[in-house]
Design a protein around this ligand. Structure first.
Ligand SMILES: Cc1ncc(COP(=O)(O)O)c(C=O)c1O
Length: 291
């Protein structure tokens, strides 16, 4: 899908054209990456897992002690779909909140007005169940608070650029000998019909899609274990997949290590397929429309 700027953006109280949207060079988001963000999907104009995404947004704000004064996120989010004229389309809402403009100091300024940016954009959310992708295995160079959806994403950007250079859309990362997650997705393995994923905590983002998937496993008698998978146990895995708001559930065909390629079959695995079906049913049940 061709990447475009959105038609309109919400910036600090006003809906404006992107070319009119300006922030200060002293905005702490620009100077330090001192801000957080959230991405919320919508299918055919209908928001999916809004409450869960807003809970995570509030968690990120709380963890970095960032006050933004917005009490009506729901109304702004709905308005952003209207402003972008995407009421019948698939897409996502991007929300970014920074600690605003202040003379440059590392510590928080005493007084600040948060910068709030929000917009809806079109995204391709259909047919994810047919993708069977290759990914690059990379070292996880991120900080120790990956549970915060911080806009400081340098380690993710470096990793993903490396993947892109080699022709892959995503990489999966290793910290201290164990798989953590993708540069912008959560990671799952299947071994003996059991699904494994890294536990929530400081080393992964608590993926909203990840959390839904765990619920779907539990409700459908698929055993799920939240444990970091050591690289040494990878040989026993028969299926690998990643999840995310716009990744949904994407199956992985080959893992590219610096010295070897590990293949996970010529067809998408049975458990991955089952979970993709359950995910589609869940979206359709919640939004009341076929996707
Ligand atoms: C590092 C990371 N992990 C996991 C995810 C998936 O999270 P979600 O399912 O909430 O989109 C993302 C999404 O952007 C991410 O950036």
């Amino acid at each position: 899908m061709k990447l475009n700027y959105p038609k309109k953006v919400y910036l600090n109280g006003a809906w404006i054209h992107p070319e009119e949207a300006k922030i200060s060079v002293f905005d702490r988001g620009f100077l330090f990456g001192d801000g957080i963000y959230e991405v919320i999907p919508f299918y055919k104009g209908k928001l999916f897992l809004l409450t869960e995404h807003l809970d995570r947004l509030r968690y990120s704000l709380k963890e970095v002690e960032l006050k933004c004064g917005i009490t009506n996120f729901e109304a702004l989010i709905s308005k952003s779909i209207e402003e972008a004229e995407l009421e019948k389309e698939d897409g996502a809402i991007y929300i970014q909140i920074t600690r605003g403009m202040a003379p440059r100091t590392h510590h928080f300024p005493e007084n600040y007005q948060a910068t709030v940016l929000m917009y809806a954009y079109k995204a391709k959310l259909d047919n994810f169940q047919y993708k069977f992708i290759d990914t690059l295995v990379s070292t996880d160079l991120r900080w120790h608070r990956c549970d915060i959806k911080s806009v400081s994403l340098m380690a993710n950007i470096l990793a993903n650029t490396e993947a892109k250079k080699e022709g892959f859309a995503e990489n999966i990362m290793i910290r201290d000998g164990c798989f953590t997650e993708g540069s912008h997705s959560s990671l799952f393995f299947v071994k003996n019909e059991t699904v494994y994923t890294h536990p929530n905590g400081p080393f992964i983002l608590p993926g909203i899609t990840r959390n839904l998937l765990i619920k779907l496993c539990k409700a459908n008698n698929i055993e799920v274990v939240e444990r970091a998978l050591p690289v040494s146990e990878l040989d026993m895995a028969t299926e690998v997949f990643i999840t995310g708001t716009t990744t949904q559930i994407t199956a992985i065909k080959n893992l590219h290590f610096p010295d070897k390629i590990l293949n996970f079959g010529e067809e998408i695995g049975k458990i991955t397929k089952k979970l993709q079906g359950l995910f589609i049913d869940e979206v359709e049940k919640q939004i009341g429309v076929k996707i």
